[in-house]
Ligand binder design. Structure first.
Ligand SMILES: Nc1nc2c(c(=O)[nH]1)N[C@H]1C(S)=C(S)[C@@H](COP(=O)(O)OP(=O)(O)OC[C@H]3O[C@@H](n4cnc5c(=O)[nH]c(N)nc54)[C@H](O)[C@@H]3O)O[C@H]1N2
Ligand SMILES: Nc1nc2c(c(=O)[nH]1)N[C@H]1C(S)=C(S)[C@@H](COP(=O)(O)OP(=O)(O)OC[C@H]3O[C@@H](n4cnc5c(=O)[nH]c(N)nc54)[C@H](O)[C@@H]3O)O[C@H]1N2
Ligand SMILES: [Mo]
Length: 797
């Protein structure tokens, strides 16, 4: 089928879903779309003829820039302008230092994304009440005109602080997503209210630097080949992709004989695949176990006193900052010298549920089997007191002297960048004010009342509440932010936010709250460069595989037209197209950063560029090797187990100077547990990237949207495996299928995050959109999202 006839059929809107699926499987290689069972698939494969090179015209290397930590190679097989097949990187180099950049189940689904019959096809404007979901097709001209006039009107009426680009991560690992584009536009037309931080590791991002002076703790994953003991604390790389090659290194580490222990309320795919042991724990209580491990390590004299003396502030009374009493030190806290509570394993067991003897064993192993890597996931810091979790892990790494050592790991949040390229779009926002990203709803409601205590920076007061929101490739307006019901009410009031622009590929729950919807392109339909997360030492070329379908357009180009209407096109584009941006990035990277970086054409042909590093990156090695010349970036120049800066905030109950267990609201010790007896967590599911791909039946088959609860909790409620259940608290209610399984700790319910909010007439969500149950109360220090701290009750639906 030629591109022309495909487009024609897609555009007539007459193609039924079934016809479409049939068609999309018609060329050469089997394609699986909605509702095809595995058995059927196998039978079908037998019948298919083997694909051969004559079935396609070219193979193009490209890359998604969604917000998952991996960045894999996608090979698109194109025939007559149609992507007929996708494959991935299968190159087995035999060199464990360069594992192949293989796509996961989501990556193998990308053709279903590109040709999904529900793609947004043209710009639309809202015609019903906001949130009602009624829209009318408009021309691009009207869309551009409306946006230009609203950007101007709202800026003129309320000032630039009224304009906001919401956190959104659907396109954030490339050069030119919608957010980058709109921020440039707003910058050259007066500015916009900034946000800081993210929803991923927000508490950790702020907390870890109080210990280490930076968030760049941790080491590159190839260093695990040297580890003898690996503690994956709330980390689940089998499902949650942090880095594409991570799992290969973990596997290799296991083969090398490293013992791997997983601490998680769920018996995860990671625990099954790599774990020698699974330690179930109650959510929000990790710091109790950490404290008890510290107690064991110190009382059994397994701690590295030399390391603590030389590199750290605050371990014992002899190493305290001036002006602070000796008994405020970490050791004194662990031994209970001041509060009378020794942080024994028996003390911790009552809180976190991990048997005291097991805590002892893990503490001893972690302190004696060296080098040992304690790697922390981020879910346990998406909790009410998430700051403590991140600093608590770092504290253990220091007690055992595992920092700065090959095969060790400094714990903490753990970023590091090994894939430096030049980002060609830069802008200077004339507005200096910024809010923590999680508090955007507060800035809509009470922006002018916000103060430094709410994390407002760059100004003492905001002159206005948020009045205009751009939400580019994100589902944060509704789905991914906490407390959906509260947010809905806020956005439905058209006198508050006066204008909302959403760009997306689908009519998501957030898109329904738009005033103007822009139909975006997928990565197949544009040029880009994909950059991996933490420690990824490569970049992937994002080749434009086909022209945009329907009337879909890149945000960069749309805002260029808006800029033209506002008379600032040159400032906005600086004369560059998207292709120019990619070329500029390549050329400037070669010139400014890495002369071995390929030329544009070479990069395009190779698809991937690996940066060369002679050895693994070991976090803080330079400081540990030579502290005098390389102090830590903390006020004292040392690792601050005790932070004088935090101490001086004088909020010791919720923001202590040393990391410690704080009994959490909506945790197991909150009296509210009488009414809502289950702790509800969510996790990042293998079948989605957040909410992205929730509408893909093929992936639903790979991993279904369902809630895990333990047989003990199910039995009490008369719930059987496969039943539908209602989950509720004071904030909301949802209905979801239940998986009854011993893979989750009793007292805990788990729902994979990212299901699309789908309320029935009475407002009860039918898809398991977990954020109808979550809270907007921020963490104390970072003002970040505690979206995993929730108490709920469950009943049979
Ligand atoms: N309860 C709970 N809530 C959470 C979390 C949790 O663990 N639990 N996790 C939080 C975290 S860590 C994060 S990062 C956020 C993520 O939240 P978001 O940043 O909102 O991420 P997504 O839900 O993936 O939304 C991305 C949107 O971009 C669209 N999109 C994808 N590709 C493109 C493209 O090329 N062009 C355009 N125009 N659109 C595109 C997708 O269709 C999707 O609607 O959620 C947070 N929310
Ligand atoms: N497949 C896939 N990969 C992704 C993403 C995705 O949506 N899908 N999203 C990406 C993004 S933006 C992010 S920020 C990261 C998220 O990375 P993380 O935040 O690390 O991932 P999660 O899956 O939320 O949580 C990891 C594990 O922590 C467990 N956990 C939950 N609460 C607690 C607790 O209180 N204590 C302990 N010890 N464990 C707990 C969960 O059961 C889960 O198995 O993943 C990235 N990778
Ligand atoms: Mo995230």
């Amino acid at each position: 089928m030629s591109e022309g006839s495909l487009l024609k059929r897609l555009m007539t809107n007459k193609m039924e879903r079934r016809t479409f699926i049939k068609w999309s499987g018609a060329i050469g290689v089997p394609v699986i779309a909605g509702g095809v069972g595995t058995k059927l698939l196998i039978d079908k494969q037998k019948e298919e003829k083997v694909a051969s090179a004559s079935d396609w015209d070219k193979v193009v290397s490209t890359c998604s820039v969604n917000n998952c930590g991996g960045r894999c190679v996608i090979k698109a097989y194109v025939k007559d302008g149609v992507v007929v097949r996708v494959a991935t990187d299968t190159q087995e180099s035999g060199d464990p230092s360069i594992p192949p950049l293989r796509a996961c189940v989501r990556g193998r689904n990308y053709r279903n994304l590109l040709y999904h019959p529900d793609r947004l096809k043209y710009p639309m404007k809202r015609v019903g009440k906001r949130g009602e979901g009624k829209f009318e097709r408009i021309s691009w001209e009207e869309a551009v005109d409306t946006i230009a006039s609203e950007v101007k009107r709202i800026g003129d009426t309320y000032g630039p602080e009224s304009r906001y680009d919401n956190y959104s991560s659907g396109q954030c690992w490339g050069l030119h997503g919608g957010s980058t584009a709109v921020r440039k536009l707003l910058s050259v037309t007066g500015g916009f209210l900034n946000f800081r931080n993210d929803y991923s590791s927000g508490a950790g991002n702020v907390a870890t630097p109080y210990t280490y002076g930076t968030n760049n703790s941790g080491s590159s994953f190839d260093s695990l080949l040297h580890s003898k003991y690996i503690l994956l604390w709330g980390q689940n790389p089998s499902e949650m992709i942090f880095s594409t090659p991570y799992r290969e290194y973990l596997l290799q580490a296991k083969k090398n004989g490293a013992k791997i222990v997983v601490i998680d309320p769920r018996y995860t795919d990671t625990a099954i695949t790599y774990g020698d042991e699974w330690i179930p724990i109650k959510p929000t209580t990790d710091n109790a176990m950490m404290d008890a491990m510290g107690y064991v390590i110190v009382t059994e004299k397994l701690h590295d006193q030399n390391f603590l003396d030389k590199y750290c502030v605050g371990f014992d009374g002899d190493h305290m900052p001036e002006g602070v009493a000796k008994e405020e030190c970490l050791k004194s806290y662990l031994l209970g010298e001041k509060d009378g509570v020794a942080k024994t394993p028996e003390w911790a067991e009552k809180i976190c549920g991990v048997p005291a003897e097991k805590i002892r064993e893990i503490a001893r192993n972690y302190a004696t089997i060296k080098p040992a890597a304690l790697i922390q996931g981020w879910a346990a810091q998406r909790q009410a007191y998430g700051e403590q979790f991140m600093r608590g892990g770092a504290q253990l790494a220091c007690l055992t002297g595992n920092v700065g050592k090959l095969g060790g790991w400094a714990a903490g949040t753990g970023y590091w960048n090994r894939s430096n390229i030049v980002y060609p779009i830069s802008y200077e926002n004339p507005v200096k004010a910024s809010i923590p990203c999680f508090l955007w709803t507060k800035a809509v409601e009470q922006g002018t009342e916000m103060t430094a205590a709410d994390g407002l920076q760059g100004t003492e007061k905001l002159s206005t509440n948020i009045k205009l929101i751009f939400n580019m490739a994100g589902n944060m307006l509704i789905n991914q932010h906490a407390d959906i019901n509260k947010t809905k009410q806020l956005l439905e009031d058209e006198s508050k936010v006066e204008f909302i622009v959403v760009s997306d590929l689908f009519m998501t729950p957030s898109a329904k709250y738009a005033d103007i919807i822009l139909p975006g392109t997928t990565f197949f339909e544009r040029y880009d460069i994909g950059v991996p997360w933490c420690f990824g030492d490569y970049v992937v070329f994002g080749d434009k595989t086909i022209d945009p379908l329907y009337e879909c357009r890149d945000e960069y180009d749309v805002f260029a037209e808006v800029a033209e209407k506002l008379g600032v096109k040159d400032q906005y584009t600086e004369g560059r197209t998207i292709l120019d941006l990619v070329k500029e990035s390549v050329e400037r990277t070669r010139k400014e950063l890495d002369p071995t970086f390929p030329t544009f054409e070479e990069f395009r042909k190779k698809g991937v560029h690996h940066f060369q590093y002679d050895e693994p990156l070991v976090g803080f090695k330079t400081q540990i090797d030579d502290l005098e010349n390389n102090p830590f970036e903390t006020p004292s120049g040392k690792i601050e187990l005790f932070s004088k800066t935090l101490w001086d905030l004088n909020q010791h109950e919720e923001i202590p100077a040393i990391a410690k267990y704080i009994s959490s609201w909506e945790g197991p010790e909150d009296p509210l547990i009488e009414k809502y007896p289950l702790q509800l967590i969510s996790w990042h599911y293998k079948r989605r990237c957040h909410s992205t791909y929730d509408n893909m039946p093929w992936l639903e088959e790979a991993a279904k949207q369902e809630m895990w609860i333990n047989p003990k909790d199910a039995e009490k409620r008369g719930i059987k495996d496969g039943d539908r259940a209602q989950v509720f608290n004071d904030r909301g209610s949802l209905v979801i299928d239940v998986k009854v399984t011993t893979r989750i700790t009793p007292g805990v319910a788990g729902i994979p995050q990212g299901g699309w909010y789908s309320p029935d007439k009475s407002g009860i969500d039918q898809r398991g959109a977990v954020n109808v149950l979550t809270s907007q109360r921020p963490t104390p220090l970072a003002k970040s999202n505690p979206q995993l701290t929730n108490l709920v009750e469950v009943k049979k639906a």
